[in-house]
Design a protein. Structure first.
Length: 159
């Protein structure tokens, strides 16, 4: 099957493991709500994936294997209020241009490897009130066109 786009809707807390069979999948959009607490490992073997959009999820962390998705350009986990951790392997995603983590209320830190994402153009961390981040993390990201930070973080980076 040559399926390139897949959209889920509704309150389904489980994603079938058979998603791994969709080797040509480039875009996943999930609107399935808070019941999704963990992404199946099979998603991180979809090496053609360019767009992963899972807002309003109950996901608490991303596995290190997200670093396998080297073609990923767009990552949206906005309003995933239980998300606490992003792995260092996020810095391996050299094609990543768009990260939306707006209102991930439990997020406390972004990995310092974010500085490796030199092609990043869009970063939204608004509403991440518990977030701390070193000013060095954004230092190498020269193509950044849009950034939205929580007020306290904007003040820290300004100083």
């Amino acid at each position: 099957m040559q399926l390139r786009e897949l959209e889920f809707e509704g309150e389904a807390g489980l994603i079938p493991k058979s998603i791994a069979l969709l080797k040509h999948l480039e875009r996943i959009v999930m609107s399935i709500g808070w019941t999704l607490e963990k992404l199946p490992e099979e998603i991180f073997n979809l090496l053609s994936l360019k767009h992963l959009q899972i807002p309003f999820s109950g996901v608490r962390s991303l596995p290190d294997s997200i670093g396998n998705l080297t073609n990923l350009r767009h990552l949206d986990l906005s309003f995933s209020v239980k998300l606490k951790r992003l792995p260092d392997s996020l810095g391996n995603l050299s094609n990543l241009q768009h990260i939306d983590l707006a209102h991930c209320l439990a997020l406390q830190q972004v990995p310092s490897t974010l500085e490796n994402l030199t092609g990043l153009k869009y970063l939204d961390l608004s509403g991440c009130f518990h977030l701390s981040m070193s000013s060095k993390t954004l230092g190498n990201i020269s193509k950044l066109e849009y950034i939205n930070l929580p007020f306290h973080l904007g003040q820290e980076l300004k100083n």
